[in-house]
Design a binder for this molecule. Structure first.
Ligand code: 3HC
Length: 310
């Protein structure tokens, strides 16, 4: 028997590439009204323009009808910048996709837990921050952890890790913290399925499954380049033509993860794996560190291993 997600309205926090993609699949496939919030009004406007473009492209390719596109777009509304999370008071679920900063996320989740109904699910799209730490921040200070309110508060926090580009990639990785309730897991999973995604589940370990495998792979490719084993083109070509990967690892780190993410994100996640496990096999490549020191993040800064003129 399929579980009902019970989401009548969704809040999406962050209108960057990931947040926008999540709003898109939620409005189009799960067909729920979406309230989009970002502290930058221009980010929201740019995001909505991008969504219009995507919908128009899907219509022109015959993937969806004009009626479906119009209905999806009408489901997306925005929240005034000065309202903040209080504008999401009535949603049944929030998916947070803001910058990867533990303190920022903890403050947001603390505020969300205080504002939203106790049944609302609080999900994070984090790619490597501990869901357990985010969930712990929702418990009011001084509360006994065995208290029913404390358990309920942290129990509704879950990781829903979408992949970039969200409209294209079929996977959502669901991360259950040690506090996450089974009901939250079941409802969050049902919602991701309604968005047209396949769902895998992971424990809350550094990098979960996706990035614990992907980032060392990219890091290893950079080490290969650093040691002069092969050229950047040949490293990428080996994986593209030899293993049928859609992109080579160097390209993937700096190009596909473009605009909001890039080599700086790869380094941050790699460091999370290194520090979180204490295992030397995760040591970031010195070249990766230098690229980030230089501001050579890839597509988003115009230069990485390759160059991206305007
Ligand atoms: N948003 C929405 N749709 C996009 C898009 C974007 N940013 N970029 C590309 N697309 C769509 C295109 O519109 C096109 O759709 P169509 O089939 O309807 O025309 C489709 O994707 C294919 O695009 P292209 O023909 O332009 O190019 P490719 O065939 O080379 O595909 C790609 C582009 C889908 C990005 C492909 O190269 C790919 O799959 N690359 C690997 C992506 C990947 O590994 N992502 C995971 C990254 S890890 C991650 O996200 C985790 C995080 O925590 C770091």
């Amino acid at each position: 028997m399929s579980i009902a997600h019970g989401i009548r309205t969704l809040g999406v926090l962050g209108a960057g590439q990931m947040g926008l993609g999540i709003a898109y699949v939620s409005a189009l496939h799960a067909r729920v009204p979406v309230m989009l919030y970002d502290r930058s009004a221009s980010q929201v406007q740019n995001g909505l323009k991008f969504m219009d473009k995507l919908l128009a492209k899907d219509v022109s390719k015959g993937k969806i009808t004009q009626e479906q596109a119009t209905a999806a777009r009408e489901r997306v509304s925005t929240i005034d910048v000065d309202k903040g999370v209080s504008g999401m008071r009535d949603v049944d679920m929030v998916i947070e996709a803001v910058s990867e900063n533990l303190q920022v996320k903890q403050t947001l989740f603390r505020n969300l837990a205080a504002e939203l109904p106790p049944t609302a699910i609080l999900a994070s799209n984090t790619s490597s921050i501990s869901i357990t730490k985010i969930a712990a921040a929702t418990v009011p200070e001084g509360k006994n952890a065995a208290d029913e309110d404390a358990k309920r508060s942290a129990g509704r926090v879950v990781g829903l890790h979408f992949f970039n580009p969200v409209p294209v990639m079929k996977l959502v990785e669901l991360i259950a913290a040690i506090q996450t309730s089974q009901e939250t897991v079941d409802r969050a999973k049902a919602f991701a399925v309604a968005c047209g995604k396949e769902v895998t589940t992971s424990k809350d370990v550094p990098g979960f499954v996706g990035n614990a495998l992907l980032m060392p792979f990219i890091n290893e490719a950079i080490m290969c380049l650093e040691k002069g084993v092969a050229t950047r083109e040949d490293i990428d070509k080996t994986l593209k033509l030899g293993m049928n990967h859609p992109m080579g690892p160097l390209q993937l780190g700096e190009h596909c993860l473009a605009m909001t993410i890039g080599l700086d994100t790869c380094l941050a996640i790699q460091k999370t794996l290194y520090v979180g496990t204490g295992d030397s096999k995760y040591r970031p490549s010195v070249l990766l560190e230098r690229m980030v020191d230089a501001g050579w993040y890839g597509k988003k800064s115009g230069k990485g291993f390759y160059e991206y003129p305007q």
